[in-house]
Design a binder for this molecule. Sequence first.
Ligand SMILES: Cc1cc2nc3c(=O)[nH]c(=O)nc-3n(C[C@H](O)[C@H](O)[C@H](O)COP(=O)(O)OP(=O)(O)OC[C@H]3O[C@@H](n4cnc5c(N)ncnc54)[C@H](O)[C@@H]3O)c2cc1C
Length: 418
Amino acid sequence: MPLELGRLHPDPTPKQRELVLRARALGQEKFAHRAEKYDREGSFPFENYDDLRAEGFLGLTIPESYGGLGADFETYCMVSAELGRWCGTTALTFNMHAATLLWSNQMADDMPMTDEKRKTHEKRRAMLYEKVIRDGSIFAQPFSEPNTAAAAGKSPFGTTAKRTDGGWIVNGVKHFASLSGAANYYGLLCTEDQGPDVEQSPKDTMYLAVPADSDGVTISGEWDVLGMRGTVSKTITFKDVFVPEDFMVLPTGLYYHGARYWPHMFTTLCPTYLGLSQAAFDFTMNYLTGNIEGGPPKGGEARLSPAKQMSIAEMRVKLEQSKALFYRVIKEARYKPEKADRLRAYCSQITVMEGANDICRLAIRTCGGRTIFKKYPLERYYRDSRCGSLMLPWTPEICMERLGRESVQDPGEVEPLD
Ligand SMILES: Cc1cc2nc3c(=O)[nH]c(=O)nc-3n(C[C@H](O)[C@H](O)[C@H](O)COP(=O)(O)OP(=O)(O)OC[C@H]3O[C@@H](n4cnc5c(N)ncnc54)[C@H](O)[C@@H]3O)c2cc1C
């Protein structure tokens, strides 16, 4: 039992508390013990997903009226951080699933749609939710492409969907697709191909749910990487894949609209790394106080060294900075947030993503060389946490650029929807 079971959130509602404690029980009792195996093998945490399914957590972000647990954006982020504390791979992949479903309700409900469009969206999402609640299906989010800057929001997606009888024909390549080979549906971002005379635009971004067993879907490449090895984020090629008309996560154009007007949607990758920060801190406390086998003796000198106490203080400061910013930011998440709130979300993204690896770096230095052995989780936290800054579209570099630019000039309101 870690000494530092410190609350991840200062002021949870009863429902948030209950869900976080359920996630903690799963993580502490089951996921933490399996994490080393998935990391070593680079294999997907299927057993963890069986547990998540049994606990009803696959429906975490599905509204209660559809049989889900009804976690809203803030609640989801809190649960995700708790999962990240015990297994980074599980939390990060679970984010792809849970965020897909969350965006299709809380975010979609906030955004303008004609009555007709909303009715169709309602019918489609109910069908997708049923696949999760009834069949236990898992969703992935293959957005990133090797040959376009679309994931960073700079160009239309190179993957296209062309209208055909009863649906769409999809063509394109996605890389870094977490849950490749594990998900039942690939929540795919692509551009509507409206023929050679119509210029493609990010505004025509579509969000389809492609059944993973469709003809024309192939997985390739290797995934032998530094960290987050169990995410199995390989390349997926879509060659003339037929997707039925109703298999749509959001109506055409809504993802683009959400990216501009519900920008906090991109902060859902953070809590995984916040959880890793907490895990590295917990480990350090336990190790130095003699609560971990092979470490310094209980009541030994290590914890009394001023150098170690300074490092622990530094870690705690960084951890509290990450938590304070992140938990403020997720409370501010909404449709059309104030500019200051959006800029604060960039600050949070940088603080959490860069802070996680920094805290792990300090943890290894403070605990010492024995903790780089694979029998301890610290070196895995260190490698996993390094990946946070690589996640598009809100990498720290991109966030820094926006922060700097928008802080010195007022670009006015974001473009109106047309
Ligand atoms: C563990 C892991 C899991 C992932 N899972 C998924 C997933 O499930 N789905 C998915 O879609 N993607 C996923 N990704 C992909 C991720 O979002 C990136 O697409 C991937 O890391 C490749 O990015 P890149 O740095 O090579 O991209 P590039 O776009 O080539 O960027 C290179 C560098 O330039 C910076 N950069 C890029 N554009 C700009 C800009 N406009 N301004 C300033 N700097 C810029 C980036 O920050 C980066 O440092 C995952 C990545 C990792 C590491």
